[in-house]
Design a protein around this ligand. Structure first.
Ligand code: PXL
Length: 277
């Protein structure tokens, strides 16, 4: 069985980061190991959330796993929280990544034109450097613009996206998949792959704002890659699944405001992957 390590926070309530990666990637038939970088009472959109930094454990975890000669097929990182965490991911790559490891970074620090609480330019710069080392990056359009050093725009055209892709490529990013792109009445992704080819995939826009949709996208994308799908197919599956889950969440009148109802759509994903009939 393929093995992935997911390094991001545990938000005890709020359906995001590890509480999405663990169920989704496991359901896709991939052993999902985790390092929780911090424990939060909720994700940061709830007022008054607690935050306990767990990064001091990381060197000991790494040393133990090195002694066990553990191998990971993929390293997925999402919300990390501090610049120190990002330095630890560089160390983790030095210890566990080789030319075959699928390194996937979701930079997770901003959305809708703004940085999330607790992040600043220093964090954005540090995560941009991490993105230049990873094989795949999946920023949303706000994160991509900030990392590219471009002003965020609510309305943009293809030349704006191309400029962001050019600048991120120049900074060393390998396969860039920009999510949450709005175009007319559609939402989707635009990607530039390491062979220089561009790819895009759009679905009808769904008017909603839920936390964790980026995490759902990144987890599904990682799981699909590890199931052997080509990168463009993995992206397509991740967009289809995220959009299907949003629609199902909106249909469920008792859905929470803070996260999507992925629990109800896992069978759909397994069918989409051809794992069940
Ligand atoms: O969904 C991304 C995410 C992950 N982890 C925490 C967050 C967020 C988004 O706000 O607050 C703690």
């Amino acid at each position: 069985m393929k093995r992935l390590i997911s390094i991001q926070d545990i938000s005890c309530l709020g359906k995001c980061s590890q509480t999405i990666a663990l169920p989704i990637i496991s359901a896709m038939g991939i052993e999902t190991t985790i390092i929780p970088t911090a424990v939060l009472s909720t994700h940061t959109m709830f007022p008054g959330f607690t935050f306990t930094d767990l990064s001091s454990d990381m060197p000991d975890i790494v040393a133990h796993w090195k002694s066990l000669d553990i191998h990971f097929d993929a390293i997925l990182t999402g919300y990390l929280g501090t610049v120190n965490h990002i330095h630890m991911i560089h160390d983790f790559y030095d210890n566990f990544a080789d030319e075959n490891t699928l390194t996937i970074v979701d930079p997770v620090f901003a959305d809708n034109g703004k940085m999330y609480p607790i992040f600043n330019k220093e964090y954005a710069d540090a995560v941009t450097t991490l993105c230049s080392k990873a094989r795949y990056i999946v920023p949303n359009i706000t994160e991509a613009a900030i990392m590219a050093g471009m002003p965020y725009k609510d309305n943009y055209d293809q030349s704006y996206i191309n400029e962001i892709l050019d600048r991120l490529s120049q900074k060393g990013a390998s396969n860039i998949i920009i999510t949450s792109i709005r175009r007319d009445n559609e939402n989707g992704i635009v990607a530039r792959f390491s062979d220089g080819s561009d790819f895009e995939y759009f679905k009808p826009h769904i008017d909603s704002q839920f936390h964790g949709t980026g995490d759902l996208f990144a987890s599904t994308f990682a799981g699909a890659l590890l199931n052997g799908f080509a990168v463009s197919d993995a992206v397509t599956i991740a967009v289809d699944y995220t959009s299907h889950t949003l629609l199902k969440t909106l249909e469920n009148k008792s859905h929470s405001w803070y996260g999507v109802d992925f629990e109800t759509t896992i069978p759909w994903l397994l069918k989409r992957l051809g794992k069940i009939d």
